[in-house]
Design a protein around this ligand. Structure first.
Ligand SMILES: C[S@@+](CC[C@H](N)C(=O)[O-])C[C@H]1O[C@@H](n2cnc3c(N)ncnc32)[C@H](O)[C@@H]1O
Length: 401
């Protein structure tokens, strides 16, 4: 059988073992059934949602090791304690302003590495929240978080941690934090054909998943026209990219109930002008499998992460429309430098053990160097009736939004 172009990139990936293949085949069958039931096609965003979050089968819902050296990708909190300690330094003043009843809500807690360090650092800073809530849709990751935090936190700190099934509904004061969560939201793929806006669907060809462009519905059409109006130019014929039309509703859903407090999002992405730059003509969507990045996002459903960069201008608009003020926007490197990195570095210099000192130095380099995570990752903060601006005094990028 000839290899479909979309399958070629996957052909170069390490072959999953038999169990993993069987797992992926089960999820693929569930997706095929949904495609059949929908009359032969589902939007790409729905494919991504199923591939990542289908109960018991999706990449984040099932049991595989995803995050860390043994998984498919490494995140900032997984590199070591530096990232979470600096974030704790940044949000501690807000928690203090809010008083002892303040909550901290972490979205998508990963392996629990962030919560572990953040809670310990907040205790050192005398700025512990009354409860540390984790909203984690993946049952498997919840279990990993619980086991790790139970094992590594003092019982007094572990008692503060609570797993919640949904956002805090109303009248809460506190801090909401999310690292690399928005890039994992199911995204809509669009392209421009002539002057028409098309949406990417997934159809079946000989039982395989294949992309297909269909005319956009009015919500997507308006979202793309809005982008073009804000850019002050039309996107060229053949241009393809991603958009999250649901982002304002998502922000409203996760933070709408906050009375006073702050939100902090860290993720990879760009301001809108750069996100939709002419030379980024096929968007930002990509897959991660065993630390290899590739563009066959339809391959091996359930075994690989699928992700798209964040349009930080759209995130800024979503935060404002949810009634927050923009506290600041800067690169990850600037954010860490502005929130305690210098003190971390001097503590690292004093470490006697050469191996440990080298490891921590490498960690700081990976977090901050422009060719690593320093510039590609960015931090955006919002506030409601608190002062969070001090966390963004270094390297302001809000003029780019
Ligand atoms: C790329 S991982 C990042 C994990 C962790 N924050 C870290 O930095 O290591 C994405 C995380 O977001 C979670 N997630 C996905 N959609 C979410 C949502 N709508 N609300 C909260 N968490 C979500 C996933 O289950 C996963 O834990």
């Amino acid at each position: 059988m000839p290899i479909h172009p979309a399958q070629r990139a996957a052909a170069a990936l390490p072959t999953p073992d038999a169990d993993a293949q069987a797992h992926s085949a089960r999820l693929a069958q569930a997706i095929r059934s949904e495609i059949d039931a929908a009359g032969g096609a589902i939007p790409f965003a729905r494919f991504m949602e199923l591939a990542l979050y289908a109960p018991g089968l999706g990449y984040y819902s099932a049991g595989a090791t995803k995050i860390g050296e043994a998984g498919d990708f490494v995140t900032a909190p997984e590199l070591g304690p530096v990232f979470a300690a600096c974030v704790a330094d940044a949000v501690a003043p807000v928690l203090r302003q809010l008083g002892p009843e303040a909550l901290m809500l972490e979205l998508g807690g990963g392996t629990g590495a962030f919560a572990q360090v953040a809670l310990m650092r907040l205790m050192e800073l005398d700025a512990l929240p009354s409860r540390y809530l984790i909203l984690e849709p993946s049952a498997e990751l919840r279990q990993r978080q619980r086991a790790r935090l139970f094992e590594r936190l003092h019982p007094m700190l572990f008692e503060l941690v609570e797993w919640v099934d949904g956002p805090v509904p109303h009248d809460w004061n506190g801090v909401l934090f999310a690292n690399e969560v928005i890039d994992a939201l199911p995204t809509t793929r669009f392209s421009i054909r002539g002057h028409e806006v098309m949406e990417q669907y997934v159809v079946l060809e000989d039982g395989r998943f294949v992309p297909q462009w269909r005319p956009a519905d009015s919500m997507l059409l308006q979202a793309v026209r809005f982008i073009e109006r804000r850019l002050g130019r039309e996107l060229p014929d053949g241009y393809a990219s991603e958009v999250l039309p649901q982002l304002p509703y998502w922000v409203q859903a996760v933070a709408g109930g906050m009375q006073r407090g702050a939100m902090l999002f860290v993720d990879y992405g760009y301001a809108r002008g750069e996100f939709y730059a002419d030379d980024r003509s096929d968007g930002t969507l990509r897959a991660y499998y065993r630390h290899r990045m590739h563009d066959d996002v339809l391959a091996w459903p359930g075994l690989q992460d699928i992700t798209a960069s964040v349009d930080f201008t759209a995130l800024g608009e979503a935060g404002l429309s949810a009634g927050f003020d923009l506290a600041g926007y800067c690169s990850q490197a600037s954010f860490l430098l502005g929130n305690g990195l210098a003190a971390v570095l001097s503590r690292i210099e004093q470490i006697d053990d050469d191996t440990e000192r080298l490891r921590r130095t490498q960690e700081v380099k990976r977090l901050t160097l422009p060719g690593e995570m320093g510039e590609r990752f960015q931090a955006m903060g919002f506030s409601r009736d608190v002062d969070f601006g001090a966390a963004f005094l270094a390297g302001d990028l809000s003029y780019r939004l």
